[in-house]
Design a protein. Structure first.
Length: 167
């Protein structure tokens, strides 16, 4: 309710915000089945436990230019392994890396799906966005990634929420 009270219908920012309220948990994608069937344009889905500065208009533009079924925003994340890594082949050492840095794209929790993804959801059946994206890929539909470099904070844990509040 606090989110609705704060953002209202979005007119204060020159946008239109609509809210979907679940009567039972449907997951991050399953709730989309509550959208009106007349939806004709791509839309945004945002995880509520993520603070990010994804450029939303650029994400939608990218999604439309690439004619994707869905686009997921991603951010590069590096993890330093605090030990030397030994690569193996069977029982033989095949290589050594001293405290390597691994780099991966992580899901930023901001999605741009096209309306046709709704046909991959069943009313009242829970489904999360990663599962929906995998269904699209299994059916040979394009799921694009939109890399961005702006801030990303997961506030789904008390310590990360506290850190975000102190910034």
């Amino acid at each position: 309710q606090q989110i609705i009270d704060h953002f209202g219908n979005g007119s204060r920012w020159g946008i239109k915000i609509q809210y979907l309220e679940e009567t039972q948990p449907l997951g991050t994608a399953g709730v989309l089945k509550l959208l009106p069937p007349t939806l004709s344009l791509p839309f945004l889905v945002l995880n509520g436990d993520v603070l990010t500065q994804v450029p939303y208009s650029a994400l939608l533009r990218f999604h439309e230019e690439h004619e994707a079924f869905a686009t997921v925003s991603v951010k590069e994340h590096e993890t330093v392994i605090p030990f030397g890594v030994v690569e193996t082949k069977g029982t033989l050492a095949s290589g050594f890396q001293e405290k390597p840095t691994l780099s991966h794209y992580v899901n930023a929790g901001v999605y741009a799906p096209s309306p046709n993804v709704l046909s991959y959801l069943t009313p009242t059946v829970p489904c999360d966005m990663p599962e929906l994206l995998q269904r699209l890929q299994a059916d040979n539909h394009s799921v694009n990634v939109f890399p961005f470099h702006e801030n990303l904070l997961d506030i789904g844990f008390p310590e990360s929420l506290s850190a975000a509040q102190n910034q």
